[in-house]
Design a protein around this ligand. Structure first.
Ligand code: NAD
Length: 252
């Protein structure tokens, strides 16, 4: 049985990850900034309000994990915010910084505090949530794409630096995932591109070889694998769960 920390586990992909790990018999510890979503989680899960971009709060979280669990086997650095949907010249500096702080800075802080625990154990798996935006870029989403490319650079570095201690690091790149977050993105992109929400949706789906959106459960299944012993020689990898992107910006 593994001890698994999942950031942004209150909803969406993070919640699906926690559900998958818990169903497989592992202990899960979930953090989020949304109190209502945490209140709705199963009582057996540890759940608490922690902002991934707040270093003091993250340091205190890992102290509690050591006190209660004595270590950590798997960490899913999953938190990320969409940032603005705007042409690059219209992106406000504050919006750029907010997106980078949570999406890249949060992944960094999660790894920074997980590393000493895992090094002491000489074992561990770090699973970072990037995005297909971190492979191809993403028109009208400059801060998000830059942050998700950064997550891959961070992951590659972690895999090299921590590999000698038996610690693996991998990044999952989901494509467009069904759910409220993509609904908000679809509405915003429809407005900026002068299209309907349904046209943007069809564009995303037809931009993949499998012709469909991903589900949060598809992404969670990959996280569960990467956290398992079956993946013991898998590290430093960028793994897409996207139905095979064949056109990263089909609307243009
Ligand atoms: P979501 O909006 O459904 O859930 C995100 C969760 O993150 C929310 O519960 C929110 O409260 C929490 N959160 C926001 N800011 C936080 C912070 N500072 N600290 C801790 N928690 C915070 O989003 P999702 O679709 O589940 O996204 C999860 C991850 O997957 C993100 O990194 C996202 O960029 C990535 N991703 C999502 C998609 C998609 O299509 N939904 C595609 C590729 C990658």
């Amino acid at each position: 049985m593994s001890r698994v920390l999942i950031t942004a586990g209150g909803s969406g992909i993070g919640r699906a990850m926690a559900t998958a790990f818990a169903a497989a018999g592992h202990d899960v510890w979930v953090t989020d900034v949304d109190a209502d979503s945490l209140d709705a989680l199963p009582a057996a899960w540890r759940a608490e309000l922690v902002d991934v971009s707040d270093e003091a709060a993250m340091a205190a979280l890992f102290e509690r994990i050591v006190a209660e669990w004595g270590g950590l086997d798997v960490v899913c650095a999953n938190a990320g915010i969409a940032g603005p949907t705007a042409k690059v010249e219209d992106v406000a500096w504050d919006d750029w910084r907010a997106c980078l702080d949570v999406t890249l800075g949060g992944a960094f802080l999660t790894a920074k505090y997980a590393a000493p625990l895992m090094k002491a154990q000489r074992a561990g798996s770090i699973v970072l949530t990037s995005s297909t935006a971190g492979i191809y870029g993403y028109p009208n989403r400059a801060p998000y794409a830059a942050a998700k490319w950064g997550v891959i650079g961070l992951m590659k570095t972690l895999a090299m630096e921590l590999g000698p201690f038996g610690i693996r690091a991998n990044a999952i790149c989901p494509g467009a995932v069904e759910g409220p977050r993509m609904e908000r993105v679809l509405e915003r992109e429809a407005a900026i591109k002068g299209m309907t929400r349904d046209d943007v949706y069809r564009g995303y789906a037809s931009g993949t070889a499998l012709g469909a959106f991903v589900t949060a459960e598809d992404v969670a299944a990959m996280a569960l694998y990467l956290g398992s012993g079956g993946a013991r020689m898998v590290s430093g990898q960028v793994i897409s769960v996207d139905g095979f992107t064949i056109n990263p910006d089909p609307q243009v």
